[in-house]
Design a protein around this ligand. Structure first.
Ligand code: MSK
Length: 630
């Protein structure tokens, strides 16, 4: 076995530099240049003090002009901007979940999509009080999917999945009017509150931000995750590889990018078919390689072991290799820059969703009914494009690491079952994991999530924080682009146990897991909420008492702010490396970093110094351990 060595950020950067040299030859633009053009950023925007929600302004708050034309002060303006930011993220995740519900509704024994995990479907149906006995699995799928869709617009009541949380959490939500009602209602209500002439009271705006976030995490995202598992299989540990070196020069390279697994699953299916492989060979390639970027990549990596070419800020790099026949995108986190960039190469930029339409792309509309023929068309289009490569532009950086991914809650429970001999129920129990924490073998856990962001040296914060935490016997559960940063560095290689503290190393050996567990995509942060809830129920504590924290050191999207709200809303302190445009209001900043404790027993910490951010998380975990007397 070759010697294990982590890949450094310097190595990532050198590879990118080399790709940018190729780009320069063909006049390609790249985010690195656009960042320079956009610097310095607008200070009013950075502080969140600019208001353009009506046409009397825009108004900007300064010492000389402390109120907008309507009289709103800086706290109301910053708070409204924060709420709108959250609503954008909550809407986006939840609409993703809605699409998955529709796909489940379209599933059938002879259609494009089948139910791959019937046990999970039955478990959810029972949880929702649906009669399952003697029912055809597809009738059940349609019934449950329709119930899921009603969660978006039901006129009365709160979200069904909230009942999964510990009783104490549910009581806090009820008491503080935070329990989310219909998913769409929370998004609409947020936009209503932030409309000109509605709320400007900081507490009200932040409370609604938490409620809109909770409707994402415990509503839309949770449905996205659960029904994706029903349709495509609940992830189990599987080996894969990560970084640009997973692209294969001799093969047709198809890169899937975005978030919705319905498209990428189908593309993978066809790319793997003997018919398409034979066609690729006929066209002069040796085979077909599908790899991924962002969360679509996480979805197919977790279920199929499809390699991960990179995360958010690497999306242009896959085109700059000159070896990408098609970059196929669905929704979210897709740079419009991919259109003009692809035109500098032979790459086909294929958009597939009416929700994400972009200039300079080829639009192949994807839907659940015709998914098979559209996926076949996409794969054929990529194969036929192989001959158009310009060999002098081809350069694939030879950087990649092995990774074991696929740690759903069910998989974690199964892996850890061997560590302590506890009884398991239908789904299993988190008792062994809890025992590892209470005994001190593991000091705690950090949920590392989120994007990368040019404001921070890309991936550095993720990687350095993870190294520090695992060295301190803190297990990491990662999702989204954070998970890909870890995989690219080698932290999801089981051999990374050797850079852990003794306790975590021992757990990794006994359970045969890496120290950083890949839990999935952005919507899969809902899995983390389930795991934390199960731990709290098993321990008989509030979620907020567990030695568990959340962290998004390089976040950038509205979705990430929504996530942050539901993570603190669930009682988990959350540490950010980027300020969510609230520094202009002392009142909003105070509520977010302290005041929310009164409602949900958790709050944010914002710290741009990565070393201090790591120290603060460790200190918080130890503080919680001391309070529990463990
Ligand atoms: S893809 S939201 S850049 S994690 Fe989910 Fe990555 Fe952030 Fe998009």
């Amino acid at each position: 076995m070759s010697e294990f060595k982590l890949t450094t950020v310097e190595e990532f950067e050198a590879a990118t530099e080399r790709l940018l040299e190729t780009g320069a030859k063909v006049g390609a633009d790249a985010w690195q240049f656009r960042v320079k053009n956009q610097t310095p950023h607008c200070k009013f925007g950075e502080e969140g003090v600019c208001c353009r929600i009506c046409s009397m302004g825009p108004c900007r708050i300064t010492k000389k002009a402390p109120r907008g034309i309507c009289g709103c002060d800086v706290h109301g303006i910053v708070g409204r901007n924060y709420l709108k930011f959250t609503a954008g993220g909550s809407a986006t995740h939840s609409d993703h979940g809605r699409e998955i519900c529709h796909t489940l509704y379209e599933s059938s024994a002879d259609g494009c999509y089948q139910v791959k995990d019937p046990e999970k479907l039955i478990r959810i149906a029972k949880e929702w009080g649906v009669e399952t006995e003697g029912k055809d699995i597809y009738d059940l799928a349609h019934e449950v999917a329709e119930m899921g869709l009603w969660e978006y617009g039901k006129p009365f009541g709160t979200q069904r999945f909230l009942k999964r949380a510990p009783q104490s959490q549910q009581e806090l939500w009820e008491k503080n009017e935070l329990a989310p009602r219909a998913i769409d209602r929370e998004v609409s209500c947020s936009l209503h509150m932030a409309h000109m002439g509605c709320s400007s009271l900081p507490e009200a705006l932040i409370k609604q931000s938490i409620r809109a976030g909770l409707s994402d995490g415990w509503g839309g995202s949770m449905m996205g995750t659960e029904f994706s598992d029903v349709l495509f299989g609940t992830p189990k540990p599987i080996d894969t590889e990560a970084n640009l070196g997973v692209m294969v020069e001799e093969n047709v390279n198809i890169v899937v990018h975005g978030h919705d697994p319905s498209l990428s699953e189908m593309v993978c299916e066809y790319a793997d078919s003997p018919e398409m492989i034979a066609y690729a060979k006929e066209m002069g390639a040796k085979g077909i390689t599908v790899s991924g970027v962002c969360c679509t990549s996480n979805e197919v990596a977790m279920r199929r072991g499809i390699p991960m070419a990179g995360n958010f800020l690497q999306q242009e790099n896959v085109v700059l290799t000159g070896a990408c026949e098609a970059i196929v995108v669905d929704v979210q986190c897709i740079f419009p820059a991919l259109g003009p960039l692809s035109k500098c190469f032979h790459t086909k930029f294929i958009t597939t969703s009416p929700i994400a339409q972009m200039p300079d792309s080829e639009f192949i509309r994807f839907d659940a009914k015709t998914a098979d023929e559209k996926a076949k068309l996409i794969v054929k289009t990529a194969i036929e494009n192989f001959k158009n490569r310009k060999p002098e532009l081809v350069h694939i950086p030879q950087l990649k690491q092995k990774a074991t991914v696929g740690y759903s809650v069910e998989a974690i429970i199964k892996c850890l079952d061997g560590v302590a001999n506890s009884q398991v129920d239908e789904m299993g129990t988190v008792k062994p994991l809890l025992q590892c924490v209470t005994s001190g073998v593991l000091r705690g856990a950090v949920a590392m999530v989120g994007c990368n962001n040019p404001r921070i040296r890309p991936d550095l914060a993720h990687i350095e924080l993870m190294k520090k935490l695992i060295a301190n016997d803190i297990v990491i559960i990662a999702s989204g682009c954070s998970a890909q940063a870890a995989a690219k560095a080698g932290l999801m290689d089981k051999r990374a146990k050797d850079i852990c503290g003794d306790g975590l190393k021992r757990v990794c050996e006994l359970a045969d897991i890496p120290p950083v567990l890949h839990m999935g995509s952005c919507v899969d942060i809902s899995r983390m909420m389930i795991l934390a809830s199960e731990l709290a129920k098993c321990a008989g504590t509030h979620v907020s008492q567990l030695p568990v924290v959340g962290c998004a050191p390089e976040w950038m999207s509205e979705k990430a702010v929504s996530i942050g709200n539901y993570v603190i809303g669930t009682g988990i302190d959350t540490f950010l490396g980027v300020d969510p445009y609230v520094s202009g209001s002392s009142e909003i900043a105070e509520i977010l970093t302290n005041g929310t404790r009164e409602w949900v027993e958790a709050a944010f910490t914002v710290e741009k110094d990565i070393d201090k951010l790591g120290d603060a998380m460790i200190a918080r975990i130890e503080e919680k351990r001391a309070a529990l007397g463990i």
